[in-house]
Design a protein around this ligand. Structure first.
Ligand SMILES: Nc1ncnc2c1ncn2[C@@H]1O[C@H](COP(=O)(O)OP(=O)(O)OP(=O)(O)O)[C@@H](O)[C@H]1O
Ligand SMILES: [Mg+2]
Length: 342
C-alpha cells in the first residue's frame, strides 16, 4: 500500500518547496515559578508550492508558536526555517521583510487590524508598503472587500466592525498581495457558519485555481477537510499525519504515526489506551520499515549503544551544556536530548 506521504509527494512531484523547517525548537523563557515553557520540541515541516496543510492539536500544543516561527514573526530558539528556498537566518532584516512581503501572508486568531485606519486602508496597506499608489491600491482593496461580502462596510473603523467583519478585513488584507503561501491561525474562529463557509470556499478556490499554498491552524472540521493533509501536534511534537478529508472528531481513521529525527515516537492518547497504557516493550521484529512492539512485564532495562550515534552535548532548545552527564532530558528546559553523529 502506498503511504500518505508517498501519495502527497506524487501529487506534488516536480514542485518546489515553499516552506521548510528543520529541527525547530522554541522555548518561552520566564522568571515565574513555573519556569520556562518548551513549546516546540524538534519539528520538521516541508510544504510544497500549492499544497494545503492543516495543523491540528489540543490547546497549548504549540500551534500558534509554530506558525509564528515559520512565518519569521518570532525567532525559534533553535532550528532553521527556509521560505521560498532561502534560509531566514541568513537574511538581513530588510531582506526578510521583502521576502515575506512577496511570498507569505498571515491571518491570525484575532484580526490585528490597525485601529486608526478604516477597513479599506487596512486592506490596501500591504500594497502601499510595496509602493503602489493610493488610488489603485484602494481599488483592489475595495474589490476584495466586495468579494468577502464587506463592500458596504469598507469605510468603517475596526472598532465599529463586529469580530467576524474585522476578520474578513484581515483576510482581504492577507490576500491583496497575491501571496504564494498563507499562514493562518484559526482563520474562521470568529466567523459565523455561513461567512466561515464563504471564506473557506474562497480559500479552496485560491488553492485550486491559483495554486496558493496554505498552512492552517484549525479546530474546525471544515477547514481541515479542504487540506491535502493534516499534521497532528501534541506537546510540541508532531505525532501523526492524516490524509485528505480529516475528521477532527475522530482522528484515528486516517492516522499515520510520525517518528521524528531524534527517534521519538509519541503515541496519541487513544492509541496509548488501546495498547493498554504506558509500560516497557520489546522489539522482537525490527526490519527497515517495520517495528513490532510487545509488552514485557518483568523489570529489565539494558541500553546498548546505537551505531555511531551519541547523545548531544548541548541542548538544541536552550543550549544547556550536558557535560559528561547521560541525562535524557534537559535539566533546564525539559527537552528530550537528541542522538547525534558521534
Ligand atoms: N508568550 C508566551 N510566554 C510563555 N509561554 C507561552 C507564550 N505563548 C505561548 N506559551 C506557552 O507555549 C505553549 C504553546 O502555546 P501556543 O500558543 O503555541 O499553543 P496553541 O496550540 O496555539 O494553543 P491554542 O489552541 O489555545 O491557541 C503553551 O504551553 C503556552 O502556555
Ligand atoms: Mg493558538
Amino acid at each position: 500500500m502506498t503511504g500518505l506521504r508517498d501519495r502527497v509527494m506524487l501529487a506534488f512531484e516536480g514542485k518546489r518547496e515553499i516552506l521548510r523547517a528543520d529541527s525547530l525548537y522554541h522555548i518561552y523563557e520566564s522568571a515565574a515559578i513555573d519556569g520556562n515553557v518548551v513549546a516546540l520540541r524538534g519539528l520538521n515541516v516541508a510544504i510544497t508550492e500549492g499544497e494545503a496543510v492543516a495543523v491540528v492539536g489540543p490547546s497549548g500544543s504549540g500551534k500558534s508558536t509554530l506558525l509564528k516561527c515559520l512565518g519569521g514573526l518570532m525567532k525559534p530558539s533553535a532550528g532553521n526555517v527556509s521560505l521560498g528556498g532561502k534560509a531566514m537566518v541568513r537574511l538581513t532584516g530588510s531582506e526578510l521583510v521583502e521576502l515575506r512581503q512577496k511570498t507569505v501572508s498571515f491571518i491570525f486568531q484575532d484580526s490585528n487590524l490597525l485601529t486608526h485606519m478604516n477597513a479599506i486602508d487596512n486592506v490596501a496597506q500591504p500594497l502601499r508598503h510595496q509602493g503602489v499608489l493610493p488610488g489603485p491600491a484602494r481599488k483592489r482593496a475595495q474589490a476584495l472587500l466586495d468579494r468577502l461580502g464587506m463592500g458596504e462596510r469598507s469605510h468603517g473603523l475596526p472598532e465599529e466592525l463586529s469580530g467576524g467583519e474585522q476578520q474578513r478585513v484581515a483576510i482581504a488584507r492577507a490576500l491583496i498581495t497575491d501571496p504564494k503561501l498563507i499562514l493562518a491561525d484559526e482563520p474562521t474562529g470568529s466567523l459565523d457558519p455561513i461567512t466561515s463557509r464563504e471564506v473557506l470556499e474562497l480559500f479552496a478556490t485560491l488553492h485550486r485555481e491559483e495554486d496558493v499554498a496554505f498552512l492552517l491552524v484549525t479546530h474546525s472540521r471544515d477547514v481541515a477537510a479542504f487540506c491535502e493533509r493534516s499534521l497532528e501536534l501534541r506537546e510540541g511534537r508532531f505525532i501523526a499525519q492524516h490524509g485528505i478529508g480529516v475528521d477532527i472528531g475522530d482522528l484515528s481513521g486516517s492516522r499515520e504515526l510520525l517518528i521524528d529525527d531524534t527517534g521519538t515516537l509519541s503515541l496519541p492518547p487513544d492509541v496509548l489506551a488501546q495498547i493498554g497504557g504506558p509500560g516497557r516493550f520489546e522489539l522482537p521484529d525490527v526490519t527497515r520499515d517495520s517495528l513490532n512492539l510487545e509488552r514485557v512485564s518483568e523489570e529489565r532495562i539494558e541500553l546498548d549503544a546505537v551505531g555511531d550515534l551519541a547523545l548531544a552535548t548541548i541542548c538544541p532548545a536552550c543550549f544547556h551544556q550536558y557535560g559528561d552527564s547521560d541525562e535524557q532530558l534537559c535539566p533546564e528546559c525539559g527537552s528530550s536530548r537528541p542522538m547525534v553523529q558521534a
